[in-house]
Design a protein around this ligand. Sequence first.
Ligand code: ADP
Length: 271
Amino acid sequence: MKAYRVEQDQRIRLQDFDPAAIGDWDGKKAAGRKKLATLRQELSRLQELLYAENKHKLLIILQATDTGGKDGVIRRVFMGVNPQGVRVANFKVPTPIELAHDYLWRVHRQTPATGEIVIFNRSHYEDVLVVRVHQLAPKTVWKRRYEHINEFERLLADEGTTILKFFLHISRDEQKKRLLSRLDQPDKNWKFNPGDLKDRALWGDYQQAYQDMLNRTSTNWAPWYIVPANRKWYRNLLIAEIIVGTLKSLNMRFPPPAENLEQYRPVLEQE
Ligand code: ADP
């Protein structure tokens, strides 16, 4: 897991990370799926604990190239987790009212409250990705944002939010395969967005923007993980492992029960 974490002062080159990597799970796909099932049960138990203890907040940020698998992660990793206490926030093209504010305005109000897990499906990082690549703001504007974002996330962390950021890394070939399968399968046609082809043509610019994002905004308080995402089962396994490990490290406890619980038994039994 450590190999996939970008350390605060590390400078990575995205091309050094193989999107098809499967760690030491070569030839062990079935075992990998089994492990994921176990991790899901653990996640479900830990989420209940987080909710019951009502002390910590967990923010999970997902960023990826189109077809990178954000939706799949949300569906597959959180399958079986009680929907009470988990929320997904989607960040789309900003509305006029959102655009009339600073770019973090719409983000801050979606951050988790105590006892809550919030998954960001896209995030404030769009403001240094799509905004940069499509020149929706000049460089002088988006360049400053890395620092704003680090400080914003530090504020969240200082106030008790645990932050995990996952970049789902797929290859250009894998994207082609996934886009074609959206054309081939009638029940996937709705997912095909002709606009994705425009972004695909800007692949190199996006990779550069992702690389800069990873190098400038991976901090001790809000680290990025580069998740090899060509193989969906491995992608899910890795993310589930990191989330479960992080939740375990919080050493959560159920709140203490009301005093002398046994005194209530006769009340109920004599009913
Ligand atoms: P998804 O692809 O995540 O399933 P959509 O197809 O609705 O969801 O895409 C959301 C779109 O909103 C993306 O093209 C993304 O680049 C865009 N978007 C998100 N945040 C911003 C932003 N701050 N500025 C401009 N565009 C944004």
